[in-house]
Ligand binder design. Structure first.
Ligand code: GCV
Length: 645
């Protein structure tokens, strides 16, 4: 496997110095093992210690103090996990950690739980494969129903744990939220496989979580019902959970997708989602575990003719009335937008609607809708914008996410981990932003580039910035316009298909006709979705005059001639952005050629190959979108460019 951001060279600064590590706790052993490896590689030094790591100080459960004085860099932490985070901070700083004097600076994570969810199937699914929405090969945990557990598999899982721990991740859910086939049994007779993985992750301070089926009592427990208010069901969850903790004392908890896209849930028994979540939460509470209960609940069998049902409204309509009814150890896990990880969506109003409920915000590192790791799309700018969004008068999304930050992982058994090597930066950036949401995406990219390509000439970082800084906007520009979303090939979610979902049951429509396009979600004339927002957003979004351009078609159905706030008409914007997007993609291959020989050849070749596909796909998007809208509207491009009418 590719060493990603923790290759031997990335540890040169610590590996070539004398380091003293005081204390004796499990993760201190991990630090010692890291140092032993780095010293073997870089020689170390036998002079007086230039780096000292020790327990001490009131730094909180994961925080640490970092300082440098009198030629010694010091990391002090209350816990061994804090010390491990501090160690990786020193690694990130490299030589700068040993420069001059600084600090002490107290570093603490913004969120107690920073979690990656794997959508890895245990059985290979006929349609979804081993990893649902995975674009990096197969799972690193399971294959064809069997747990991977050879020495090589263990080494790979350990390498993954190490990589994500170094970004600040402290929790991982090991299996798909769609709990199919053998996956349901991870909770019971296949628990030893989970325990095996938990042991590896534990070595890097990461707790494991399991996605469980709400119907587990009937599916694997042999009960006649999974009704959450049935005492036998509660007893089954309590006993089963106690067994899990007997095997895995630091088990994190459950993740549940219920009453969603065919997964069973409390609605099947006429119960609320609070009743459903609480029975699992009660079972977990004695052990300090949590249940991540997903808010992704909507009608996926909608009749497209029915204009009164709006998928965007669904999560709020289901969950907001339940605020205050969930136990403390229930974390409502809310996708950042009301639909489904589109390139551009407004923030989900659920995040502001439940002040008495712990809410976690869910992001997607795997690029289901953002180019599937065939397109360069650096997502840190999107996440940064999401997390800093001032959803209420006093609080940003990040501040409202009292239950933590979660994302769907983009990792598989691909030799580069992430299919597209540059998508490693997304995995890295997610961890860094979950720890510090105020971090600057461009600075994170610098950090990632310096660790991943240590010693490379400045041209490498310059090139990566040129290709990646604005790549999310570039992707947006040649795909679905102005926040309307979808327009992707059904099921695959890759490549253009403007009407692919238009007459489907999935609730993702654009309503383009010969006069205009967009979804009227206003209170005045539409579905009323704008009313789910707190001020000022309920009013900002209500009017096309104040609605931000990039979200206009999410909230409004407007004529093609409607002038955007930018002064350009909607139709001209569609043409302009699609032409400009491809122009930007055309720059990528020559940019990447500049660094041939400056980055490893195999990595260079893989990226070069993906760039060819990105260009092909971007042209296809441009031509299908432009042609579709020219045919629909009959309005020509003001600049007379080629469109295939
Ligand atoms: C795991 C979207 C994806 C599904 C995914 C679902 C979810 O609908 O296309 O593959 O299922 O989201 O988040 O549960």
């Amino acid at each position: 496997m590719h060493a990603a951001w923790l290759g031997d060279e990335a540890l040169r600064a610590v590996g070539s110095r004398c380091v003293e590590v005081l204390g004796d706790a499990p993760l201190i052993q991990t630090i010692r093992a890291e140092l032993a490896h780095a010293h073997a590689r870089h020689g170390g030094s036998t002079e007086a210690p230039q780096l000292v790591l020790a327990l001490g100080g009131a730094t909180g459960p994961e925080g640490y103090l970092l300082s440098r004085a009198d030629g010694v860099t010091r990391v002090l932490a209350e816990t061994d996990l804090g010390l491990l985070h501090g160690f990786f901070h020193v690694v990130r700083l490299g030589e700068a950690a040993f420069d001059g004097s600084y600090g002490p600076g107290l570093h603490q994570p913004a969120h107690a739980r920073r979690m990656l969810d794997h959508w890895d199937n245990v059985d290979r699914h006929d349609v979804m494969g081993q990893v649902e929405r995975g674009y990096s090969g197969d799972s690193i945990f399971w294959r064809d129903g069997v747990a991977l557990h050879s020495a090589a598999d263990e080494t790979r899982v350990r390498a993954y744990a190490r990589l994500i721990a170094a970004t600040g991740i402290n929790a991982v859910a090991l299996n798909n939220v769609n709990v199919r086939g053998a996956a349901a049994r991870l909770l019971t007779d296949r628990l030893d496989e989970v325990a095996w993985l938990a042991r590896i992750f534990r070595g890097y301070g990461i707790r494991v979580h399991l996605s469980v089926s709400f119907a587990a009592p009937t599916r694997v427990g042999g009960l006649g019902t999974s009704d959450p208010v049935d005492p036998d069901v509660a007893a089954w969850w309590a006993k089963t959970t106690a067994d899990v903790y007997a095997a895995i004392p630091d088990f994190g908890g459950y993740v549940v997708k219920a009453d969603s896209e065919g997964e069973p849930g409390p609605f099947g028994y006429g119960r609320s989602h609070a009743e459903g979540a609480n029975v699992l939460a009660e079972a977990l509470a004695p052990f300090g575990g949590v249940v991540h209960w997903r808010a992704f609940v909507y009608n996926h069998r909608q009749d497209w003719r029915d204009r009164s049902t709006d998928r965007a409204r669904a999560a709020y309509d289901h969950f907001a009335p339940l605020d205050g009814q969930f136990r403390d150890n229930v974390i409502l896990q809310v996708k950042y937008g009301p639909i489904d990880f589109q390139t551009r969506e407004p923030i989900s109003p659920v995040i502001a609607a439940m002040p008495h409920t712990r809410v976690a915000v869910e992001l997607q590192v795997t690029q289901e809708y953002t180019g599937q790791q065939r397109h360069v799309c650096y997502l840190a700018p999107q996440w940064s914008e999401i997390l800093s969004f001032p959803l209420t008068a006093t609080r940003s999304v990040d501040q409202l996410a009292t239950g933590g930050i979660v994302a769907v992982s983009n990792v598989g058994d691909d030799v580069f981990w992430t299919g597209h090597p540059l998508a490693q930066a997304n995995l890295y950036a997610f961890g860094r932003l979950a720890w510090d949401p105020s971090a600057d995406p461009a600075a994170i990219l610098d950090e990632w580039a310096a660790l991943t390509f240590p010693g490379a000439p400045p041209l490498v970082a310059q090139t990566l910035h040129a290709m990646m800084d604005d790549s999310w906007h570039t992707y947006e520009s040649y795909t679905a316009p102005l926040g309307v979303g979808f327009m992707v090939r059904p099921h695959y979610h890759y490549g253009p298909d403007v009407d692919g979902y238009e007459y489907s049951p999935w609730g993702t429509y654009h309503f383009a006709d010969r006069n205009g396009i967009g979804v009227d979600r206003t209170r005045a004339t539409g579905t009323g979705y704008t009313g789910q927002y707190p001020p000022p957003w309920c009013d900002t979004y209500e009017s096309p005059q104040t609605c931000p351009d990039e979200l206009l078609l999410f909230f409004h159905h407007v004529p093609y001639g409607h002038l955007l706030r930018s002064g350009v008409s909607v139709i001209q914007h569609i043409y302009d952005t699609h032409f400009a997007g491809v122009e930007r993609v055309l720059e990528l291959q020559p940019l990447w050629e500049r660094v041939a020989g400056l980055v490893p050849d195999d990595l260079h070749a893989r990226v070069a190959q993906r760039l060819v596909e990105q260009l092909r796909s971007a042209i296809e998007w441009r031509d299908q979108l432009n042609t579709y809208f020219l045919r629909k509207s009959g309005i020509p491009d003001a600049h007379g460019r080629e469109i295939y009418a």
